[in-house]
Design a protein around this ligand. Structure first.
Ligand code: NAD
Length: 421
């Protein structure tokens, strides 16, 4: 592992939190390394008859608190280091929310936009063939992540059912409703962040009509823009991997979503309805009250953190702020609602889906929203209190909150759990 690996940088947060608690050093040692990371080369037949192979991983970082849980990412830049780091964050996220899960993650190094639908299906099924012995409803439960969606989860659940010879809907979450998916899963990540912001609005001195900038306009970005716009906030800038648009009077969110649904970039709406072109790299520096990173990790760094004008950052993306940029923001007085709390709505409704699959009894969307809101507010409030009591950032408070739960579980397991591999 190189000095600068993403995981090394993520582990800084663990050490920071540990400094505020008196914790057995064995607990920290256990949480510094992934329990198991499996690599495979997926070979699929392309539509033209040729064969092509893709690197893939599945990491089970820590399963002390329950089966490992985490999404599968399809991205050309995915690496084993990234997968392990995302699985580390999942470990803490599940502990923050008190879900009975450990942390996991998976990825395929591929640009899915270059595959046909049939090739994408073969690749998704190949992933499950390669990792069917690792995943399981009581062992490791995948879900969607960047560039994967409910359609892909449906193919994966079907492939798993074929391998084990029976339907096992609880093995994967984020499935289509027709295959046992939960109502409310689709916008759960954004909705969780939205409930959190609404709950802490007074404490954070937020105005009734905030100007909001959203970086990344996929599942998380589109839904947060819709939810906040419906509440009367103005979405003043958005971006995706191809470019961005801005409008101080407020962008037309429906127009942006229509463009994405038609396979175009948000940038293609420039020139309509007052939308103006914005280079994607300029998004973080736009004048706004709330900045919502909803794209990829490390997009707010030493080079652009100083340009941020927002007073609050809601991290819907995982790890969007580097540790250096985080320190700069804290110094500037910018509050950050950290990823392991802010985007935990997704895994929370995934947990609801798993529970519904196991009990074979399905909830209304109102029940899903209500339970999600209760948990977001409960854990958000607890982290807010830790932050005030210990005079630490909300991120450090979230790690302290999660680490306490992890330490308790690791200690309860006894020493044996340190030696299984
Ligand atoms: P997605 O694939 O639906 O969307 C990703 C978006 O990011 C796309 O619009 C893409 O164009 C954009 N993007 C990529 N590179 C960019 C760049 N350089 N500048 C601006 N935009 C760029 O993915 P998603 O599910 O919305 O996930 C986004 C983030 O949220 C990820 O960090 C993911 O791990 C995190 N997250 C997602 C969920 C979930 O349930 N979907 C849950 C928790 C966390």
């Amino acid at each position: 592992m190189s000095q600068d690996s993403l995981l090394d940088r993520a582990l800084v947060r663990l050490d920071e939190a540990a400094g505020h608690l008196s914790i057995d050093p064995d607990v920290i040692e256990k949480l510094k390394y992934a329990r198991e990371t499996t690599k495979a080369r997926l070979m699929i037949r392309m539509d033209d008859g040729s064969r092509k192979s893709f690197l893939a991983w599945r990491c089970r970082y820590d399963d002390t608190r329950g089966p490992t849980k985490g999404g599968i990412r399809f991205h050309p830049d995915s690496t084993a280091d990234e997968v392990e780091t995302l699985a580390f964050w999942m470990t803490f996220k599940c502990a923050v929310m008190s879900l009975p899960y450990g942390g996991g993650k998976g990825a395929v190094q591929v640009d899915p936009r270059k595959l046909s639908k049939a090739e994408l299906e073969r690749l998704s099924r190949a992933y499950i063939q390669a990792f069917s012995r690792i995943i399981g409803a009581d062992r490791d439960i995948p879900a969607p992540d960047v560039y994967t969606n409910s359609m892909i989860m449906g193919w994966m659940a079907d492939e798993y059912a074929q391998i084990v010879g029976q339907a096992e809907p609880a093995v994967i979450t984020g499935k289509p409703i027709a295959l046992g998916g939960s109502l409310g899963r689709n916008d759960a990540t954004a909705r969780g962040g939205y409930y959190l912001v609404r709950h802490l609005a007074q404490d954070l001195s937020l105005s009734q009509t905030m100007r909001v900038a959203v970086q990344g306009f996929g599942n998380a970005g589109q839904h947060i823009a819709s939810l906040l716009a419906a509440d009367g906030h103005k979405i003043v800038a958005v971006s995706d991997s191809q470019g961005g648009v801005r409008c101080d009077a407020g962008l037309h969110v429906d127009m942006l979503i229509d463009a994405k649904n038609a396979g175009r970039s948000v940038a293609s709406t420039a020139g309509q309805g007052g939308h103006e072109t914005l280079p994607a790299d300029d998004l973080v520096g736009v004048a706004c009250d709330l900045l919502v990173p909803s794209a990829l990790e490390s997009m707010i760094h030493e080079g652009n953190a100083d340009s941020i004008k927002a007073k609050l950052v809601l991290e819907l993306a995982n790890g969007p702020i580097t540790p250096e940029a985080d320190a700069m923001l804290a110094k500037k007085g910018v509050a950050v609602l950290p990823d392991i709390l802010a985007n935990a709505g997704g895994v929370t409704v995934s947990y609801f889906e798993w529970v519904q699959n196991r009990q074979g009894f399905y909830w209304t969307v109102e029940e899903v929203y209500d339970r999600l809101r209760t948990i977001m507010e409960r854990e958000g409030r607890a982290i807010w209190s830790v932050s005030r009591d210990k005079n630490v950032t909300l991120r450090t408070a979230a790690y302290i909150h999660a680490l306490k739960r992890l330490a308790e579980a690791i200690e309860a397991h006894g020493t044996q759990s340190f030696f299984v591999s």
